[in-house]
Design a protein around this ligand. Structure first.
Ligand code: HEC
Length: 131
């Protein structure tokens, strides 16, 4: 039974890979709606005075996501002393300027913040590691 299930999964996987670029209009519409709702949620989190403990918002220091540079990640960040993702840097800002509690990297609010910030930089060339 287990082997059979594995076999079926492999078949579905192979079929999926072969047809990976054939999306229906319905798929595309759904994904756009889902994506845009997460970006919208990200904007809300970005201006939420209750995100941290001191009412400071992300938007005060990064109006409309300026100076966030998502296109430069992963990169070495001196505040963290290592090569980090943007999510880790967002947590640094939550813990320090906002005096809040760090989020799990897969927290829906974290994903929304990343979506919003990245959307604001649409079209900018990826330059990982750049300062
Ligand atoms: C009091 C001002 C302040 C607030 C509020 C603030 N930040 Fe920052 N942020 C900074 C500073 C300072 C840095 C470090 C800049 C650097 O690395 O040169 C930074 C860095 C960042 C970076 C990396 C920028 C880069 O160039 O690599 C991101 C992304 C970021 N902040 C997102 C956020 C988010 C999201 C919030 C809200 C949760 C937030 N920040 C709140 C001041 C702030």
């Amino acid at each position: 039974m287990k082997k059979m299930t594995m076999y079926l999964y492999s078949l579905i996987f192979i079929a999926g890979a072969v047809h990976a670029d054939e999306f229906t209009q319905q798929d595309l519409k759904l994904w756009k709606v889902e994506y845009e709702s997460v970006v919208h949620k990200g904007r809300k989190v970005f201006i939420d005075p209750k995100l941290g403990t001191n009412t400071v918002t992300c938007n005060e220091c990064h109006p409309n996501a300026t100076n966030t540079h998502p296109e430069t990640y992963p990169k070495f960040q001196k505040q963290l002393g290592k090569v980090a993702t943007m999510a880790e840097m967002i947590n640094w800002c939550i813990a320090n300027p906002l005096e809040g509690k760090k989020m799990a990297l897969d927290d829906p609010r974290m994903i929304a913040l990343i979506a919003y910030i990245t959307e604001e930089r649409r079209g900018v060339t990826l330059e990982p590691g750049k300062h």
